[in-house]
Design a protein around this ligand. Structure first.
Ligand code: ADP
Ligand code: G6P
Length: 463
């Protein structure tokens, strides 16, 4: 079997406290690579100042070799904070209003991709399969091909792909589209994303659909497929059951006492709809005065990308908003919103999900949203909670038993909270079972297998 080489910007090497960074990509890929073994190359998360980064640091853990590189301050600023997170991220999440184009940042993005290619190429053997992840590294295959690599190279986009009218506002959209054509398989989360991608190819006459999921563009033929990412469902369910004996989870349970717990877990990101969600919670309490003092809304939200101005501003907004609602609605013996700005260990998270009578997952736009899937997997089959889910999350395509909401509709979301909290046990069980059956069948191993099978059976690029 060929070796697997995964490349992503973020690599979840656990920190000294054993906590890996939050984020769907890191969590899912770790599970996939642990099964397979292989190399995981990416950014160390550190800067070398303005000095040329040292050679790759290699770290062996079990059957995974992590190969990590530092980046210079300029690289981090232009490639990561700049183009990836101030252009591609907002554009792919339909936020034209937040995209900040700058020629320096665009150049930095392509330069760092070339740098990654030069660091990666010496590690690669001719029969390795290379799997590149996410929007930071779209041009990587083109760079590797230019260096003469003839390996099979796949790409998976964890975030949404926007319609042509949105993508084409980006000055370098053509280079981005061309970059994708150098892969053998390009994977998206949902049919919607793949349709948008096909629409982009059609719109400017860049490419054609050849049937059977194959596309031709820029003189290359490649497959475009849908691979909805999953979680390690069975293990996570087991985890959640055991977590109830965990000290922190026990303390949380005791502190909630007789109240119902509503839980939200997201990186602090404008795509997650956190401010709209707090508004909806406030509306729910105001419309249902009998619930005062009877529910606790726990929002766990680690800071993310704080150097990007839109994220920094959001930290203030959300903290102020939670404080204002608590001030207005709280009582001497009741804090309506518990707002936590940290990552917590996965076992604790699993236990907290299980305590939640309602899981609130209401992004304005999301590629998939693994939190929604984790919440479902963590439930007690005999007394499951209810998932309130945004129709604009990729997960809404998979989780048919959720209460779907439009997160822009504050009143509708507030009503869904009320309905979730009063839902009869039989309906909760039916809805949960539909979702859990799906998640057991479509777990992260299957996602990985499906993608790698398609990559292995794609035409051999070495001819
Ligand atoms: P995104 O990838 O945009 O952050 P997802 O919902 O797809 O959103 O994935 C988030 C992942 O990060 C999940 O696996 C979730 O468990 C993890 N995560 C999110 N917030 C926390 C937190 N506060 N502590 C620990 N893990 C978290
Ligand atoms: C999303 C992206 C990932 C990213 C993660 C965390 O899941 O799809 O590529 O790693 O968010 O963001 P960060 O900027 O901290 O890597």
């Amino acid at each position: 079997m060929s070796r697997l080489v995964i490349v992503s910007n973020r690599v979840p090497v656990p920190d000294k406290g054993g906590i890996a960074p939050a984020g769907g990509l890191a969590v899912a890929l770790k599970v996939a690579l642990e099964e397979h073994g292989g190399i995981w190359m990416g950014w160390s998360g550190r800067s070398s100042g303005e000095n040329e980064p040292e050679p790759l640091a290699q770290l062996h853990q079990g059957n995974i070799t992590y190969a990590l590189t530092d980046l210079t301050d300029t690289d981090v600023g232009e490639y990561y904070h700049g183009f990836a997170n101030r252009v591609l991220w907002p554009i792919c999440h339909y936020r034209l209003d937040l995209a900040e184009y700058g020629r320096k940042e665009m150049a930095g993005y392509f330069r760092v991709n070339r740098f990654f290619a030069h660091r990666l190429a010496p590690l690669v053997r001719p029969d390795d399969v290379i799997w590149v992840h996410d929007y930071h590294l779209i041009p990587l295959a083109a760079e590797l091909r230019q260096m003469g690599l003839k390996n099979r190279i796949g790409f998976f986009l964890h975030i949404p792909w926007p319609p042509a009218d949105v993508l084409f506002t980006m000055p370098v959209h053509e280079e981005i589209m061309r970059g994708l054509s150098h892969y053998d398989v390009v994977g998206f989360q949902t049919d919607h994303d793949l349709e948008n991608f096909a629409g982009c190819l059609r719109r400017e006459g860049i490419g054609d659909e050849l049937g059977g999921g194959r596309f031709s563009a820029y003189g290359r033929v490649f497959k475009g497929g849908i691979y909805a990412i999953g979680i390690e469902t069975a293990a996570f369910a087991e985890f959640a059951k055991k977590a109830l004996t965990n000290k922190t989870v026990r303390k949380a349970r005791e502190s909630i006492e007789h109240r119902s717990l509503i839980i939200g877990v997201d990186r602090l990101d404008y795509s997650k709809g956190i401010t709209q969600r707090i508004d909806a919670f406030e509306r729910f309490i105001l419309a249902n005065p009998a619930q005062q003092g009877r529910v606790t809304y726990l929002q766990i939200t680690p800071k993310s990308r704080s150097e990007v101005p839109e994220y920094e501003a959001m930290q203030r907004t959300v903290a102020e908003q939670a404080g204002r609602v608590n001030g207005a609605l709280g009582a001497v013996d009741w804090v309506p919103i518990r707002y936590i700005n940290r990552s917590v260990g996965r076992h604790i998270l699993a236990g907290l999900y299980r305590l939640g009578k309602v899981g609130l997952v209401t992004p304005l736009r999301d590629g998939m949203n693994l939190v929604a899937k984790e919440y479902v997997a963590a439930q007690d089959p005999d007394d499951p909670g209810v998932l309130v889910l945004s129709r604009f999350a990729g997960a809404a395509r998979d989780l048919r038993g959720a209460l779907l909401v439009n997160p822009y509709d504050i009143e509708g979301t507030a009503n869904a909270m009320a309905r979730a909290l009063s839902m009869p046990l039989e309906e909760r069980k039916d809805r949960w079972k539909t979702m859990m059956d799906h998640l057991l069948e479509h777990d992260v191993s299957r996602w990985c297998r499906d993608f790698l099978n398609d990559l292995a059976t794609s035409p051999d690029p070495s001819g």
